[in-house]
Design a protein around this ligand. Sequence first.
Ligand code: ATP
Length: 381
Amino acid sequence: MTGITTTDLVKRFDDVTAVDGVDLNVRDGEFLVLVGPSGCGKSTTLRLLAGLESPTEGAVEIADSDVTDTPPGDRDVAMVFQSYALYPHMTARENMTFGVRTATDFGSGEVDDRVAEAAAILDIEDLLDRTPAALSGGEQQRVAIGRALVRDPEVFLMDEPLSNLDAKLRVQMRAELAELHAELQTTTLYVTHDQVEAMTLGDRVAVMYDGELQQVAPPQRLYDAPDTRFVAEFIGSPGMNTVEATLERRGDDAVATWGSNQLTLPSAGRVADRVDGRAVLGVRPEDLRQERDGPLRMEITVTEPLGDSLLTRGTVGGAEMEVSLPARSPVGVGDAVSLAADPERLHLFDPESGEALYHSSTELDATEAEPLLADGSPERR
Ligand code: ATP
């Protein structure tokens, strides 16, 4: 088993707690993406796994052995950095092989074979004798990944490896990385601040905020049933709308009210009993639609045509909200539109702790929810 496990991992720099009690489990062969806003502690977590930082508290296990005090060179991990970190005076081939013989027990024939194999996988066979200055950004990135492949590590650790590439190349390299992982099945932890990258690449995605893990789950589950308000607002483009509302039981259901706007939450009566008349309602921009006599009224302040849809911002009962309308909808700034929400796509969060109280999709049909393992984590798909 070549998984990674951290136990109560803490890293403090003077008065900054960069990593605050992280229990992370990357399964054997899994591609796990660690995502979160700038400064939340992602890179520090990765550096702790690589051995480039030592933890203030806690332990790191790789492939079932405790490596907390093991130097980086003895951990059998290969890192790929945002900066590529290629030596400018060396050719691509020299960059890929530099230090390999001392770090591994490969003989020189084997190293040559491994370079040829990695170059074939990454389609850089014709570029091996060029220096980085003669390579495009995408080609340099392939060489940096090739260097990691040649080492044949137990684990890949990748820190924002695509963020220096232009948008089109990022999408292409993203697909290539996904293909590469499907082929090699090497356990990978991948750090990014880009939630689209996280959702498209990860078998599971770990969302981090302020040094702590908020939720670790398959991408669709994060989107459908976020555990916290932070995850709800962070995942999605744009993220979920959230608004403080009063909550009252009405039969089996509950009614959320803010201003003159009201939404009925199916089967949320029991949730309304548990809270003190107040909750944060969540609804995604794509789960709202324009409907004559709909229960919500939005004053439009901005429209953004995205081509395939019209993203519309405005205020609903004093709260800022975004709605994804069909492309070419005949609405403009200053208009007031009536909206309705998909009743099976509503969410409630605790106003103080931010924890999820209810997702109407899982409440209506609990069998739709992903089965949970004994430790509370979702079962791998
Ligand atoms: P980004 O996406 O911007 O790279 P990140 O999520 O990777 O952010 P980290 O680089 O892990 O965040 O930093 C987490 C926190 O720890 C930040 O507040 C940062 O300023 C602090 N930090 C990181 N390294 C050090 C250090 N060597 N000394 C002091 N503070 C540090």
